[in-house]
Structures are given as structure tokens and as C-alpha cells.
Design a protein around this ligand. Structure first.
Ligand code: SAM
Ligand code: DTB
Ligand code: SF4
Length: 365
């Protein structure tokens, strides 16, 4: 498998985008210190990172972070559920599965105009990327025209576009790329060997196939997963190992399980010691992701709402450099703009500027 640095990505390492270099974030990473991008990590190496004394691990992660990214900056993305609930997949964590008794009402695909209104508001709130999510196993051909209009409309506002719509075949990935889609989110969620314990309606290999279709179409890959599913340390090692063994995703969302009543996992873990992931173990996972994928954006995703500011600060120290803003994720609550603005101000962290468009055209050449 090819392991390539993420050179075609607009919002990546501070060495690449003149737009982002203009801000006053202090000394920029020196290319001479940029870590090698490796896809040949062994499980033993990743296990050894997890086993490091906490302070050494976080120090190492922050060192790798500073060598590859502007310090004290986080990228802001906003999520919108453009089609909620009624999903035929059985992901054990998800409130939107038909299998879940979560009270989430199924809706139709949103009207393009309403989506663009929400995007305009996200832009006003300082977000650089607009991520549109649909509770589908895969989009249907009849949905493609509206999806493409949404992409074009959001791009015209000067925001980066991201979609997460379930599985894509080659042709669908190509269509979305042609409309200008910057990122596609498709998570592996957990270690390959733990996958079937969480989801039975598709396989880990199905996920990989879509990721390949997305990358081959020239769309940046956003791929990560969930911590706190009741998995073992070994599973977390396998999860990071799987991500680090593919061409590194440009964005890596690390979600902490939001335990939703009525979902398989929400109910199974309720009132057990596993109901909430140990925060130190969560920070360790972020730090290991940063070291293994030095140039990727590591996003602190679901679960921030119930995380202390100190835990989030430790995650930023460990190399997280992206968050979802706004008071809602897809169906679950998020921290909210005011709370986040206050936290980022307290930490002296600035919002990263959205990168100028153009990489897709470059990639197609
Ligand atoms: N249906 C599409 C799919 O599964 O690819 C896109 C939407 S899905 C909600 C996107 C991701 O959100 C999942 O892969 C999972 O990692 C995360 N997620 C969903 N529910 C979650 C929960 N309750 N807690 C934490 N993360 C969650
Ligand atoms: C991702 O990894 N996390 C986001 C995004 N990709 C689409 C979604 C989090 C969903 C949290 C649960 C909810 O809102 O229903
Ligand atoms: Fe459907 Fe995605 Fe939820 Fe799975 S995670 S049930 S595919 S919306």
C-alpha cells in the first residue's frame, strides 16, 4: 500500500498553505523537523506508545505536533444532519439506526435552500468547513443532483465542504468530486477485529472500499472512529494501527462515545464502569494518533460536551487541532459556540483560516 504525505490537502501542515501562514501563530514548523510519514507502523510500536509514561507521551505528541502544524490553532468545522434517522444499518452506538429505540424521528433529505442557510450561519460563526451528514447506508442516484447543489452552494460561500453519506461507489465518488467536494467522512470506527461486535450490516472491508473510491476520486479523506465503545486497549491499538497503515487520512476524527439510551451500546454500558471512557486513556489515544499520523488533522469530535475544559486542553496538548463547533452534532448535543469561544480564548487558541480552494483541480491534472 502506498504511503504518501498529504501534499494535496489545503488545510494541512503549516508548510503548505500560504493562506494559513499569514496568521500570527509564532514560528512555523521547520520543514527540516517535519516527521516522516510512515505507514509501516507495527502493532508493537503503537502498543509501546500507549504504554509510555503519560507526560512523556504527551510531550512527544506535542513535539510532533509543533513540527508539523501551526501551534495554538484549531480548525473549526460545523455539522448539519441533512437527512436524519431511519438508517437501515445497525451500528450499535448510533441513535439514527432503525434498530435503536432512541426517539430520533426519521426525516427526508433537507431542501437545498435550508442547507445553504445553515451553512451561511456556520460561516458567520467563524466555521471554515461545513460537514453535511446523512443517515443512509448509501446515497441513491436520485439524491445526487441535490447533494451536488449543496456542495456547489457551500463552496461558493468560501467554506470547505465535507459530506458523510455512507458507502459510495466509484461513480458516486467521482460525481461528488466533480461538484467540488473537499472531504468525505467515512469512519473505520474501531479495530478490524472488533468491527463485527459493533456493526453487523456491513464489513470493515466495505468501509475500506468506499475510502479507496473516495481517495481515487481526488477527495480528501476524513476517517477515524470512536473510543469508549467498551473496547479494550488492544482494540484501540488495532484502531490506530489500521488508520496509520492506510494512506493517512487528511482528517482523523476521534469521537468519545455519546451513550444514547435505546442504542445497543448506550444501554449495554449504562451503569457500568465502561459508561464513560477514562479521560487519561482518551488523551493517550489522541496523542498516539498524533504521533502515528503526524501530518493529519486530529479532530476532537463527539463527546466534547461532557468533557471538562482541562481534558480538552490536554487533548490539544496531545496534538488535537480540530473541533466541531455549534450546539449540535448530528443528533447529539455539542459544546456550543459561546462555550467554545470562551475555552479557546482561555487557552490562547485561534481559529485556523479555511484554505483557499483549488486542490481538486490540481489533483485532477
Ligand atoms: N451514516 C454515515 C456513516 O455511518 O458513515 C454518516 C454518519 S455517522 C453518524 C458518522 C460517525 O459518527 C460514525 O461513524 C461514528 O464514528 C460517529 N458517531 C455516531 N454516533 C455516535 C455516538 N453516539 N457517539 C460517538 N460517535 C458517534
Ligand atoms: C464523526 O466522526 N463524528 C461526527 C462526524 N464524523 C459526522 C458525527 C458525530 C455524531 C455524534 C452523534 C450524533 O450527533 O448523533
Ligand atoms: Fe446509519 Fe451512519 Fe448511524 Fe450507522 S452511524 S446507523 S450508517 S447513520
Amino acid at each position: 500500500m502506498k504511503c504518501e504525505a498529504v501534499t494535496s490537502v489545503p488545510a494541512q501542515a503549516g508548510t503548505q498553505s500560504p493562506g494559513r501562514r499569514a496568521s500570527n501563530s509564532g514560528p512555523r514548523p521547520s520543514p527540516g523537523h517535519t516527521a516522516d510519514v510512515r505507514c509501516d507502523w507495527t502493532r508493537e510500536e503503537i502498543a509501546a506508545l500507549f504504554d509510555m509514561p503519560f507526560m512523556d507521551l504527551v510531550y512527544e505528541a506535542q513535539t510532533v505536533h509543533r513540527a508539523n502544524h501551526p501551534r495554538n490553532e484549531v480548525q473549526l468545522s460545523t455539522l448539519l444532519s441533512i437527512k436524519t434517522g431511519g438508517c437501515p444499518e445497525d451500528c450499535g452506538y448510533c441513535s439514527q439506526s432503525v434498530e435503536a429505540d432512541s426517539g430520533v424521528k426519521a426525516t427526508k433529505l433537507m431542501d437545498v435552500r435550508a442547507v445553504l442557510q445553515a451553512a451561511a450561519q456556520a460561516k458567520d460563526n467563524g466555521s471554515g468547513r461545513f460537514c453535511m451528514g446523512a443517515a443512509w447506508r448509501n446515497p441513491k442516484e436520485r439524491d445526487m443532483p441535490a447533494l451536488k447543489e449543496m456542495i456547489r452552494g457551500v463552496r461558493e460561500m468560501g467554506m470547505e465542504t465535507c459530506m458523510t453519506l455512507g458507502m459510495l461507489d466509484e461513480g458516486q465518488a467521482r460525481q461528488l468530486a466533480e461538484a467540488g467536494l473537499d472531504y468525505y467522512n467515512h469512519n473505520i470506527d474501531t479495530a478490524p477485529e472488533n468491527y463485527a461486535n459493533i456493526i453487523s450490516t456491513r464489513t470493515f472491508e466495505d468501509r475500506i472500499e468506499t475510502l479507496e473510491n473516495v481517495r481515487n476520486a481526488g477527495i480528501n479523506v476524513c476517517c477515524g472512529g470512536i473510543v469508549g465503545l467498551g473496547e479494550t486497549r488492544e482494540d484501540r491499538i488495532g484502531f490506530i494501527h489500521a488508520l496509520g497503515s492506510m494512506p493517512h487520512p487528511e482528517s482523523v476524527p476521534i469521537n468519545a462515545l455519546v451513550p444514547v439510551k435505546g442504542t445497543v451500546l448506550g444501554d449495554m454500558l449504562a451503569d457500568t464502569p465502561l459508561a464513560k471512557i477514562d479521560e487519561i486513556e482518551f488523551v493517550r489515544t489522541v496523542a498516539v494518533a498524533r504521533i502515528v499520523m503526524p501530518q493529519s488533522m486530529v479532530r476532537l469530535s463527539a463527546g466534547r460536551e461532557s468533557m471538562s475544559e482541562s481534558c480538552q486542553a490536554l487533548c490539544f496538548m496531545a496534538g488535537a487541532n480540530s473541533i466541531f463547533t455549534g450546539d449540535k452534532l448530528l443528533t447529539a448535543p455539542n459544546a456550543g459556540d459561546d462555550k467554545d469561544a470562551a475555552m479557546l480564548a482561555k487557552l490562547g487558541i485561534r481559529a485556523m483560516q479555511a484554505a483557499p480552494h483549488g486542490h481538486l483541480e490540481e489533483a485532477a491534472e
